[in-house]
Design a protein around this ligand. Structure first.
Ligand code: ATP
Length: 257
């Protein structure tokens, strides 16, 4: 990738590549400056959690895979950060599940919608709603933040989103959608309001969901429903907080991790 000359041996290689992807996305007009700040918040939590997918994330990712497979109309909601970070993973997940992709933005401009759409199409995403899709509004969300596609999020029974704002997540849940949210901060309103909270980094999370989709694809529907029914998001959030506490406890007692 142009401009990505970070040596693989660098201890923070993966983190630096993600930054470069976001900066490239910013220069292309996919990512807004606020998105760069949001990424920094996410990085902090990833650092605190040891930059790995914990058990609580894997469990939420597995149930998300099951939901993508059993839902009538699953939609992957993609914003600028998610597109810049994980276009190939979004393509594969959409291909493997048949889920529709909708570009949906908090800081919405038609130009940015079009740029992200074209970026994803250039990365091979096919099952994606066009920028001129028929529009409607999420009840309770004023201004452009509430605009969604009639045939996309409005018609969805399940929405997977990432790096999202709390108000919008809450409004989607209140609208009756089942929502899985990828968000590294378990304190965020998105994390607290989603039905399934994936406390994991967006690229890792999407790769893990893809693996689970491949594992679960051949299972009986009843088995998938059983996985979904026994899922408890409060327990998952508690485990995420406990993991933060454990890491900090070790650091406090030893002065080193
Ligand atoms: P909320 O409105 O939900 O309380 P917020 O004000 O922090 O949260 P934003 O800044 O809009 O909301 O959302 C960004 C969220 O996404 C943050 O919680 C951040 O930790 C998380 N985040 C940022 N980058 C990533 C990433 N690469 N993977 C997963 N989560 C991320």
């Amino acid at each position: 990738m142009p401009g990505f000359d970070i040596p693989k041996s660098h201890p923070r290689y993966h983190s630096l590549v993600k930054r470069e992807k976001l900066v490239a996305g910013f220069r292309l007009g996919l990512v807004v400056p606020e998105g760069l700040i949001a990424h920094g918040r996410g990085e902090t939590f990833d650092y605190l959690l040891g930059e790995k997918s914990h058990e609580f994330a894997l469990e939420a990712e597995r149930v998300t895979a099951a939901l993508l497979l059993v839902s009538r109309r699953p939609v992957i909601s993609v914003n600028g950060n998610y597109a810049a970070l994980a276009p190939d993973e979004i393509r594969i997940l959409s291909e493997e599940t048949g889920a529709l992709v909708e570009v949906n933005l908090f800081h919405r401009t038609e130009e940015r919608i079009r740029k992200i759409y074209e970026f994803l199409v250039d990365h091979g995403v096919r099952n994606i709603l066009p920028p001129d899709c028929g529009k409607t509004r999420v009840p309770g969300l004023e201004s452009k933040r509430g605009i969604v596609c009639k045939d996309g999020i409005a018609a969805a029974d399940f929405v997977l989103l990432a790096i999202e704002d709390g108000d919008r997540t809450e409004a989607l849940v209140a609208w009756g959608k089942k929502v899985a949210a990828i968000d590294l901060n378990p304190f965020s309103r998105t994390a607290q309001k989603a039905n399934i909270t994936i406390v994991d980094e967006a690229i890792r999370a999407t790769q893990n969901i893809i693996s689970y989709v491949r594992e679960l694809k051949e299972r009986e529907r009843s088995e998938l429903i059983a996985i979904i029914d026994k899922y408890d998001n409060r327990r998952i959030l508690s485990m995420a907080f406990q993991a933060l506490l454990d890491r900090l406890s070790v650091a406090v007692s030893k002065g080193i991790l």
